[in-house]
Design a protein. Sequence first.
Length: 275
Amino acid sequence: MSNKPTYSIDEEKKMQFAGIFVLEYMINKPSIFNLLLEGSDIDLEPILEWLMVKEYVDIENKEKYIPTEKGRESLSLFLARYTEFLNIFDIYCAVDLGNGEFAFDDYFDYQENGGWKNFLDQERFEDLRVAVASFKKMDPVEIVFMSFINEDRFGKDESGWQFDLLLGTVWDEILEICNCALAWQELGYEDDEGQVDAKVVIEDIIKQGTELMMELHKQETNFAAQEITQSELDDKEDDETYVERVVVEEYPYDYYDPYYDPYYVSPLWFGLWLI
């Protein structure tokens, strides 16, 4: 019998996630929120107030919210973790356990010919990101939150995203994914030689995933090197609302060598990004 964990998210953690999302929107979009919020932006009021109390944003000229240096430093840490998520953990989003194959084995073929998303949606693939995160004693809720960002599930450019960010059903979806995902404790199986322990299976999966990830990086694919927002900035030099973007340093592939150890977790993941 497996000891499958159950995940939850309290209101404070939800506010932290929503807060970093709004910070990124303010800094890297960039977008300005007036002190007197209007329309759908009214739903962001509790988040902006929380950010202000935590000193991640301030009020300029009694008319608009602006990010502080503390807010920028927190966003920088989050983006570093987010980039590492894309480069390290997203490779486990589609694993064929029966054949011992990763969808990313065929990444190049589909980047050239299209159909990558349809390929990932094949029933033979299991999403093991939660299992890997749990085994490494990381927060699976944060991992799924990051996957939602990567997949534009919060819909920053769609009407009503402000409400969904804090009060919408998106958080129920995140928890459902975490609680319904295959747990690493369930990966054990029996073959002709006897019982194979789940711990042995997840260790082997992580090692194989790391080998594949390193090979992809060696080929300079940058298959996951992207930012939360892909929007291009116009020339803002004379625009008083322009805020310098927060970007993440790109590391050479050997930066990820420690991940050959299935138990390794980067110091980036210690603590929360909101400093």
